[in-house]
Design a binder for this molecule. Structure first.
Ligand SMILES: CCCCCCCCCCCCCC(=O)OC[C@@H](O)COP(=O)(O)OC[C@@H](O)CO
Length: 314
């Protein structure tokens, strides 16, 4: 197997299952509709680029998740000509837990509510990004011409229409510097990293001395084994039973009430006991035995801006 398994794009975004509900807050409440984008009116405009960071679920828990270094990332833009600014965030249509674990129905079938999408809306809410957490951020990282920004904006629309599935997990062979990466996450941070990389490719000037850290929830595993699709797995009775029990266990821990943190802690603890995982990636399932020493770790490492700008990121 050639690792990491490349993230598969689609030709067009599928309709979200009506069963899937965002719950606490609807997706992109103040945002624009499908294929939404903000374009510069003038090719000669100067569009300023901002890196935005805030604690995940700050609307509910304030800075709490920042204590675990669980941060949400976005991009902000401002036109020097008009003074107008706008925000772009890529995140889950139906909240994080729905992207991380399926709904297991009575007949043992699954429903995955794991789409993510770009939310584009006028304004940059300073109080949201310039919060009290020392990890929050609203920082200018560069600028570009109106012409180059518009070319990039078309890239962002296509990126949003083809990269539709959220992936919470990053999976490595170990937590050392020479680890093999088996699977890479596809989340809010991935959009910002891809977005900055493409803005640079479309001619943006990125300021020097930019230091950006990104949250990852990492699993450390022995080499994953491909199991195949749900329908292939249910052909094997023993595997099917274990597979269903695994996901039913996690589904039962998903917060249905307000006790998100309790669910989070229960799930976190499960990883250190069971040390095994079924990963759903590109619509197929993989089985992994997790490493005894550190099965799971949330990291917030800096990704050098040079490697963000120069790496081939798809
Ligand atoms: C064990 C399973 C769950 C573990 C949870 C802790 C680790 C999470 C790591 C992933 C980082 C998530 C980054 C991201 O994609 O954030 C997107 C979204 O969850 C942020 O949601 P929000 O409600 O805080 O912000 C959306 C708001 O800005 C909309 O305007």
């Amino acid at each position: 197997t050639q690792w990491p398994i490349p993230y598969e794009r689609v030709t067009s975004r599928p309709t979200n299952n009506p069963y899937c509900q965002a719950g606490l807050i609807t997706f992109c409440p103040t945002g624009k509709t499908e294929d939404a984008m903000v374009y510069a009116e003038d090719d000669d405009d100067i569009i300023e680029i901002f890196a935005l960071k805030k604690p995940v679920w700050s609307f509910k828990f304030g800075d709490l998740m920042a204590k675990f270094k669980v941060m949400h990332d976005a991009l902000g833009f401002r036109s020097q000509k008009t003074g107008l600014n706008w925000t772009m965030e890529w995140y889950e249509l139906d909240q994080l837990f729905n992207c991380t674990f399926p709904h297991v129905l009575r007949d043992d079938s699954f429903i995955w509510c794991n789409q993510g999408a770009l939310c584009v809306y006028e304004g940059i809410v300073d109080s949201l990004w310039n919060g009290t957490s020392d990890l929050s951020m609203l920082k200018k990282v560069g600028q570009t011409s109106g012409k180059n920004y518009n070319a990039w904006a078309s890239w962002a629309v296509n990126d949003n229409n083809t990269g539709v599935y959220y992936e919470t997990w990053s999976v490595y062979s170990d937590n050392g510097p020479n680890a093999t990466i088996y699977f890479d996450s596809y989340d809010c941070a991935s959009f910002v990293i891809r977005g900055l990389n493409q803005l640079y490719r479309y001619g943006a000037e990125i300021l020097p001395n930019i230091h950006l850290n990104y949250t990852r929830i990492n699993l450390y595993a022995y080499e994953p084994q491909l199991l195949g699709t749900y329908n292939q797995i249910i052909q094997n009775k023993t595997l099917h039973k274990d597979f269903i029990n695994f996901y039913r266990e996690f589904d039962s821990k998903k917060p249905t009430t307000e006790d998100w943190i309790k669910s989070l802690l229960e799930i976190y603890e499960t990883f250190f006991i069971s040390r095994r995982f079924y990963l759903y990636f590109n619509n197929v399932y993989w089985y992994m035995r997790l490493k005894e020493t550190t099965p799971l770790k949330i990291t917030f490492y800096e990704i050098p801006i040079g490697s963000i700008l120069k790496n081939e990121i798809i």
